[in-house]
Design a protein around this ligand. Structure first.
Ligand SMILES: *[C@@H]1O[C@H](CO)[C@@H](O)[C@H](O)[C@H]1NC(C)=O
Ligand SMILES: *[C@@H]1O[C@H](CO)[C@@H](O)[C@H](O)[C@H]1NC(C)=O
Ligand SMILES: *[C@@H]1O[C@H](CO)[C@@H](O)[C@H](O)[C@H]1NC(C)=O
Length: 722
């Protein structure tokens, strides 16, 4: 009912009094262009505060502005990868740039004027004006299909460009777009190869790294050194194409408004006269009726993940290979499937977000959806699918338990079975006896896509953190799908972890929590609470699986622990009272985000007084851009803030949402939504986190929609007793 707010422009960037681009619902720090779920190829349009924010002319933007033409030199490091993407247009014989910053000879074609920008959960739209003659709608869509594994398994995005006359006259228009070979490898010295095909009316430029290195076996980084890229469009009679050196190909278009349909077969290093893969369309005389051109960009890998599962190391195929017998069949399907991308996911996410938290909350969730899904990849087969997740930017770990945990709200909300597909590889590896410790593994490997486990036990231990995470996540999945068989299947390991929690959760040793960038700490209040809720969750798991003696035992321990926890955790004589960061440290405090698990699981276990107390307390320690994670510094985590907001009183919830939405509009950061930032300056916190899937946690309020009901039929998860 509030959906129309979505299209109201809320933010305006005034550029020295020049014409301004409007932003709806906000001007974000970076824009998803192609949310391709091989992390490291996630496209962002970076900008720093006060800088230009146009799809064209990215000259001033930072090194991780990925939407630009070829850059000299070797791009190194996970976030420095450049993936050149360029758009030109000719209107009545004059050339303009609408994407990137192509230099042809000494010439930079004039930029089109960008008049507005809008994002929704699936799409980023730029509206351009070309000297009052024609308008362009440049829309990037990365479909999200949580319940449709076939579509969700495809690693591809759409770019749709619509051109129409705006002055009543008709204009001669030719449209051009290319990608560079930079997409195939992060190292510009690598040799690229390419070819061109037309299959059933879909024209594709295919490009790949000549020396393929499956699973990044040659070196580990956040990119991906194997597989094929397909840049495609409709093979209509108006289409011409070319591969070749960037200035030659772009120069041909500027000169002729079309391309010679030739292919360069001099395969060479990516930066050696940067090869580009180009399409030109003669749109002829464009009048008021909009003319649409559709492109797709696809990454196709037959094998996706190396996995140390029940039977030792195996190669897991990409899930799309179960549905399509070739790369090109998949590319053709995606291209022709565009009509099914109807915005209904945008609509559902918007309606639910507005109902749960208003426009500020929608500003947050709609910027997070593609990023969360961009950090995961469907693999395996239709009878045994897996969902693999990459940590991104903090490091390249695969299937990190304490990165899955913050991310689960978006999956629990949009399709809980995806959570099972995330958990399965972790259970499989450990139940096969491939991890020697009594607590849960931290991750399945240091470098995505090698889920080779830690058979020697050498890893970053987070004992209480990961045991609690696994038990809570498993129960949350089973509750929403009534899959108690899953609980029985994994009962032994879950019970082992719960046993560890009985030993270590109430008085946690010196150890890391998920917030390892804050250092180790003994007696962590929030960590202990996770462990204790984990024990109560295990009581519930025992009950659901008919292990009644265990259920009684775990419930008794949990009840005893939560009483003793309150005695050590609550600083009663503070004004207002609050929990501490570590027991006995009454000058400390922190976000008590693990309390959310109690609501997520509908346990009704932690007394309401704790919720009320924290909810009253947070506004008293809020900074400009949010509430600090804890008293060690001014940094916060947006995912944990959203967890806390979801279980706070209406006014505290509103405060959290409005401060984070305000951060989106004003942060000087220029990378894809960092979840770690300074609450006073809005700048990066310790380390430049970016593009991490943990932003799935921004859907915390929505994951409560599916929380179990109590005996009276009331959803315990969403009820807040202020
Ligand atoms: C960006 O777009 C705005 C509005 O169209 C315009 O005023 C500004 O000059 C553009 N900047 C560049 C670098 O093209
Ligand atoms: C631009 O195109 C997209 C994709 O078709 C569409 O959803 C959006 O409404 C269009 N925006 C405008 C302002 O026309
Ligand atoms: C941790 O808490 C326990 C229980 O109150 C206490 O006995 C112990 O001294 C604390 N350790 C530190 C280092 O504060």
């Amino acid at each position: 009912m509030y959906y129309h707010f979505l299209v109201v422009a809320l933010g305006t960037l005034v550029n020295n009094g020049l014409a301004a681009t409007t932003f709806s619902p906000a001007r974000p720090p970076a824009v998803p262009l192609a949310g391709i779920p091989i992390p490291g190829t996630y496209q962002v349009l970076g900008h720093a505060s006060g800088r230009k924010f146009n799809l064209s002319h990215q000259k001033d933007s930072s090194a991780d502005s990925l939407a630009r033409g070829p850059q000299p030199g070797e791009a190194v490091g996970p976030n420095g990868a450049v993936t050149g993407w360029t758009g030109l247009i000719k209107v009545d014989g004059t050339s303009y740039t609408w994407m990137g910053q192509p230099k042809i000879g000494d010439d930079f074609p004039t930029n089109v004027e960008q008049t507005s920008f809008e994002y929704t959960s699936q799409r980023s739209t730029f509206i351009m004006n070309i000297v009052g003659k024609v308008s362009m709608n440049v829309t990037f869509i990365s479909p999200i299909a949580p319940k449709d594994l076939k579509r969700q398994s495809i690693i591809g995005s759409y770019l749709q460009v619509t051109v129409a006359s705006t002055d009543g006259a008709s204009h001669s228009v030719q449209l051009y777009a290319d990608t560079t070979a930079e997409w195939v490898s992060i190292r510009n010295t690598d040799t690229a190869q390419w070819s061109f095909s037309n299959r059933n009316g879909v024209a594709s430029h295919k490009s790949w790294r000549q020396t393929q290195s499956e699973f990044n076996d040659d070196f580990a980084d956040d990119g991906s050194h194997w597989g094929n890229w397909y840049w495609s469009t409709a093979a209509t009679s108006s289409l011409t194409s070319q591969s070749g050196g960037h200035e030659t190909v772009r120069g041909n278009f500027l000169k002729d408004g079309k391309l010679p349909n030739t292919q360069d077969s001099n395969y060479r290093a990516i930066s050696d006269n940067f090869p580009v893969f180009a399409f030109a369309n003669d749109l002829k005389n464009v009048g008021k009726t909009p003319i649409t051109t559709l492109y797709t960009i696809v990454h196709a890998q037959k094998n996706a993940i190396k996995f140390d599962g029940a039977n030792g190391d195996i190669s897991l195929p990409s899930l799309w290979t179960s549905y399509f017998d070739s790369d090109l069949a998949m590319v053709e399907f995606l291209y022709k499937d565009y009509s099914t991308v109807d915005g209904s996911i945008d609509h559902v996410f918007a309606v639910d977000s507005l109902a749960a938290g208003g426009q500020d909350y929608l500003t947050i969730t709609s910027l997070s959806a593609r990023q969360a899904f961009g950090g995961v990849q469907l693999c395996g087969t239709t009878s045994k699918p897996y969902l693999f997740l990459k940590e991104i930017s903090s490091d390249g770990n695969i299937q990190t338990v304490d990165v899955i945990f913050p991310a689960i709200p978006i999956f629990l909300y949009s399709n809980p079975v995806l959570v099972k597909y995330l958990l399965d590889p972790l259970f499989e590896n450990q139940e096969a006896g491939r991890f020697p410790k009594q607590w849960s593994i931290h991750d399945l490997g240091a470098h995505y896509p090698q889920a080779i486990g830690h058979e020697d036990g050498q890893q970053e231990d987070m004992p209480v953190e990961e045991c609690g995470n696994m038990i809570i996540t498993t129960l949350a999945y089973a509750q929403r799908t009534s899959d108690t068989a899953y609980l029985s299947q994994h009962y032994q390991l879950l019970k082992q972890w719960a046993g560890f929690l009985i030993t270590d959760a109430l008085i946690p040793d010196q150890q890391f929590s998920t917030d390892d960038f804050q250092g180790k700490l003994i007696n962590q209040t929030n960590l202990a609470l996770k462990g204790i809720i984990g024990i109560e969750a295990m009581a519930e798991i025992s009950k659901l699986t008919g292990n009644n003696a265990d259920a009684t035992n775990f419930a008794n321990v949990a009840r005893d622990y939560i009483k003793r926890w309150q005695e050590m955790a609550v600083v009663k004589d503070a004004n207002p009272p609050h929990t501490n960061l570590a027991y006995h440290d009454s000058n400390s405090h922190g976000l008590l985000y693990n309390l959310y698990a109690d609501k997520l699981l509908g346990l009704g276990f932690v007394p309401n007084s704790i919720y009320d107390m924290q909810s009253t307390f947070y506004p008293t320690v809020a900074d400009e851009y949010g509430v600090p994670l804890d008293t060690r510094n001014a940094n916060t985590k947006s995912d944990w803030e959203m967890w806390v907001a979801a279980i706070s009183s209406p006014s505290t919830k509103t405060m959290f949402y409005s401060k984070l939405a305000n951060w989106i509009k004003n942060t000087p950061t220029n990378r894809a939504f960092t979840d770690l930032f300074n609450t006073q300056t809005g700048d990066f916190g310790t380390g430049k986190f970016a593009a991490r899937p943990v932003v799935g946690g921004h859907f915390a309020a929505l994951a409560l929609i599916g929380a179990p009901k109590n005996a009276a039929g009331v959803r315990r998860g969403v009820e807040f007793k202020a």
